[in-house]
Every structure is written in structure tokens, then in C-alpha cells.
Design a protein around this ligand. Sequence first.
Ligand code: COA
Length: 376
Amino acid sequence: MEPAKHPVISSTGLFTPEDIITNEELVASFNAYVDRFNAENAAAIETGKVEPLQPSSVEFIEKASGIESRHVMAKEPVLDPAIMAPRWEERGDEELSILAEIGVKAARDALDRAGRDAKDVDAVLCAASNMQRPYPAMAIEIQQELGIEGFGFDMNVACSSATFGIQTAADYIRAGNARSVLVVSPEITSGHLNWCDRDSHFIFGDVATAVLVEDAAIAPERHWDILGTRLKTVFSNNIRNNFGFLNRAHPHTAEAPDKLFVQEGRKVFKEVVPMVSQMIVDEAERLSIDPQRLRRLWLHQANAGMNRLIAHRVLGHEANDDESPTVLDTYGNTSSAGSIIAFHRHSDDLKSGDVGLICSFGAGYSAGTVFVRKAG
Ligand code: COA
């Protein structure tokens, strides 16, 4: 009889764009946009037909979110008060597309770290919030660029895409349909962020991550055993983006803000914290893990206050940076990549046998848990 297959995380990879926007730069440009808007609309504002825009503030952003800066793929146009959106040269069909390009960079990093030849990977899942196009799948372009045989497809579960991808990859391995699967999360979130919206203009940043999920039998000696994965979705309109083919006649500018990211931030905070905390505790119990003994939590990076509360409920005490590391301060919310960046940057120091949790949550609502134990 064939031995049972155990999915593990062999390695992770990260691509971080060079350009950084600090809160100071962001607020200066936003406020210049506000001044411009209010001057251009002075007459309508005077008669009460148009509401004047209010300025943003660095203090508010840091207090409300914990974000200090973010990386972006195109800094200049985002900060230009006349544009307030990312822009880059459109690429021809024969060129590697920009989303695939950053996904490939993160994937190569993961492959190098595992010492894995791309030829030995069986599948690529491109798991991210916003695909650049509907088809051909981004995953297939990434697969081709890396020289991988087998198959690839795209999946989108918003901020939970990476953990949903990890469970999907783990299930392929458990079922014997693949032995080595790359879960790639290129997140160019700057494209769906409304940089003109005071309530959310500071939230997101661009990045790409990759996770190599493999059968333990072929994994490098140093890896992370996947002890259990759990996914959950509950429909909510509190984080929504209506952009799509069926409304392409509409502009997706400040005049149609619902065609970009919109959220009821307070409601998200209040509803998601209890849902995710309970999910983690229930899953830990199912796996016979004492949640209070978890060595580290690599949580989704959307808001420092949310993470503080979730970590407290799970660990039973206020978590320190070592127990629940933050990358949100310098990356902003990077959607599905956030918990993977935290894991990538803050896991080398753990010892063999240490147990931790990768956890994502976001639009849908969607949430995913991946309990892992260091081996080797
Ligand atoms: N600068 C200055 N003030 C601002 C501001 C800005 N950029 N944006 C909003 N404000 C003001 C508001 O007008 C409001 O003023 P009021 O009290 O006079 O009405 C006040 O600050 C509080 O606004 P609110 O939107 O209630 O802030 P908040 O404390 O809820 O923080 C978020 C906003 C978005 C940071 C927070 O709700 C959050 O992160 N929620 C979770 C979101 C999340 O995880 N989303 C997942 C995305 S994938």
C-alpha cells in the first residue's frame, strides 16, 4: 500500500516593490487633491450643491490602522493630484504581464529557498484578490514563465486567497493528484484602491508572495508540517467592489466609487474579530492544540487593532511582537499576501517542534486557518 501523503510548506517567497509611499507623502498629495477639488468646485460648494472634501491626516491613519508606509508598483501617478491612480505602459500580448512578472519573482524566491527545480512542480495556483484579466489564467502565464509542466488556474477569495490556495494545494497532495504545488499571490492592490477616498486611501500596498506546498516525502528537511487547514465564508456587503464586465459602460473613477474597493470599516472590524477568533479556537480544539500555547500567530495584516484583539482572544493575554508579528506598518494591507509576508519574514527563528498559525480574513467574508509545525 502507498504511504499516506502529508502536505507541508517547503518554503515561501517574497517580492517587494522598490517604491515606498510614506504617510506624510500620501497625505500631502491627498490634501493637494482636496484643495484642487474644492477650488474647482468652489461655486457648487458655495451653493451647497457639492460637499467640500475634507483633508486626511497622518495621525488619524497611524492611530486608526497602524500603517506607516506602503510599497507600490507606480509611485508617481498615485501621488500626482491630477491622476491619483497607478499607471504603467500597457504591455503587448507577447510580453510577460505585470501581475505575472511579480508573481514569478516571488515564486522563484520560494523555489530557490527550497532548492526545487521548477520542472518538478506539478501545479500553479494564482490566488489573489484582483486578476489583471480573466483569461488566459494568470497562473498559466506564471507556469509557462517558470517552465512548469502540469496545470495552473486562478482563484480569488479576496484577502483569504492565499490560505484557500494552501488548503487547495494540500488537498491535491493528500489526494495524490500533485506532489508539489506553488501558491502564488501577486497583489497589485493599488489598482483597486480609490486613492481619492479619505476613508480608505491609506489602506493598501503592492507585493507578491509564493508558498510551495509539497508532499513531505519530497520536501526539504527543513519545512513546516501542515497540521490542519480550515476555511469559512459568510456573505457580507461590508467589503465590496462592483467592477466587472457587466458594468463596463460605467466609468471606474471618483464618479463611480463602487467600481473600486469600498468598505464599512467599523462593521468589518466588529463582525470579523469575533468570527475569526472563534474559528481559530474551534479549529485548535479539533486539532488538539492548546491555542494559548501557540508559539506564533501570523495574522492577516489589515488593521493593528483587529490583530491585537484576535491575538488576545486566542492566546488569552496581550500578544507581543514576537507572538504576533506586524508587517502592516511598512507594507500596509496587502490583501491575501499579508499573513504570508508575516510568516516569510518572521519564522526562521522558530525551533523544530514549534507550532504556529497562519490566518487570513477579509472580503466575502472569508477566513482561513493553516496550523503549522516546524520540522528539521
Ligand atoms: N484622516 C482624518 N480623519 C479621517 C480620515 C482620514 N484619512 N478618514 C476618516 N476620518 C475621520 C472620519 O471622518 C471620522 O470622523 P467623525 O468621528 O467626526 O465622524 C473618524 O475619522 C473616524 O472614522 P472611522 O471610519 O469610523 O474610523 P475607524 O476608527 O473605524 O478606522 C479603518 C477606519 C478603516 C482604519 C478601520 O475601521 C479598519 O481598519 N477596519 C477594518 C477594515 C478591514 O480589515 N478591512 C479589510 C479590508 S480587506
